[in-house]
Write a protein that binds this ligand. Sequence first.
Ligand code: 5MM
Length: 341
Amino acid sequence: MNLTELNGIATAMVVSGKGILAADESSGTIKKRFDAIGVESTEENRRDYREMLFRSQEAMSQCISGVILYDETIWQDAKDGTPLVKLIEQSGAIPGIKVDEGTQALPMCPGELVTVGLDKLAERLKKYYERGARFAKWRAVIDIGSGIPSMTAISVNAHALARYAALCQAAQIVPIVEPEVLMDGDHDIDRCYEVTQRVLNKTFQELRVQRVALEGMVLKPNMAISGKKCAKQASVEEVAEKTIRLLKACVPAAVPGIAFLSGGQSDEEATAHLNAMHKLGRLPWGLTFSYGRALQAAPQKAWSGKAENVAAGQTAFSHRARMNGLASKGEWQSSLEKKAA
Ligand code: 5MM
């Protein structure tokens, strides 16, 4: 393992002003997104849609540091025969790959999940590296509900995240470690804080046990935020203050960067929260976005599967990427959204 090189890649992924485009929707998830805009989820449509994003010159070159791809996409070529990975590289962004194989029910733990995909991961990482991937992503899913999460679910998911991260670094690939605490429930922000703290502490404990070099990874956490169904929604300032307090307590300064998931927040909320965190003063790590829905909902709607809407889709994507790029420097203002509308 060349840790200097891994650290350089991780640092570039979280550079101020840029963030990561999570375009790694699995087949089931992208079908749901396409259903919502009335587009059939064929291989060609998925390619055309992602090609539209990766050819958004302004967004890709100025605001996107890296792109997380799904297995199908990393092997696909653009309409003119250029590999999609090359389009990303040409824009100056770093190609990455989702390597988990989704979740399965966790035995003995009703309602809880464990992420799978460690079998043959070393071989798959070698092929992805040869294709150009320089970072990878693995997402663990922790739900909050009555009596959950169990310590069992937190432990097995943290163990798998650390095993994945060690395999990545041995393959000279930067691991994005994503332990996502879902915001689907009716819990309040303090319950989210407490569960996320347990999850992050266990994850870093496992990373240390399995000798993962913290300097060569990126953390992709949820924010400390109210559950979607909670009657009392925390303000932007409270989310920012509690999230930074939580991360400072749990994430060692050796980690080069943190890139948030959006988790079902609206586009503007996800931007406002990141921006507010940067208003709180200097931070020990790079802090940016790795959004899926909060970057793609607008371009998906604008595109709606029609070739004549590609420019509109790219404009919508560039706008969200620019807003989040500004938020990663604490320079976003809501008036910038209104001007664009
Ligand atoms: C883009 O969605 C990713 C893949 O999800 P599935 O494996 O369920 O299809 C997902 O992991 C994503 O990278 C993160 O959840 C962040 O995306 P959001 O939409 O939460 O910002």
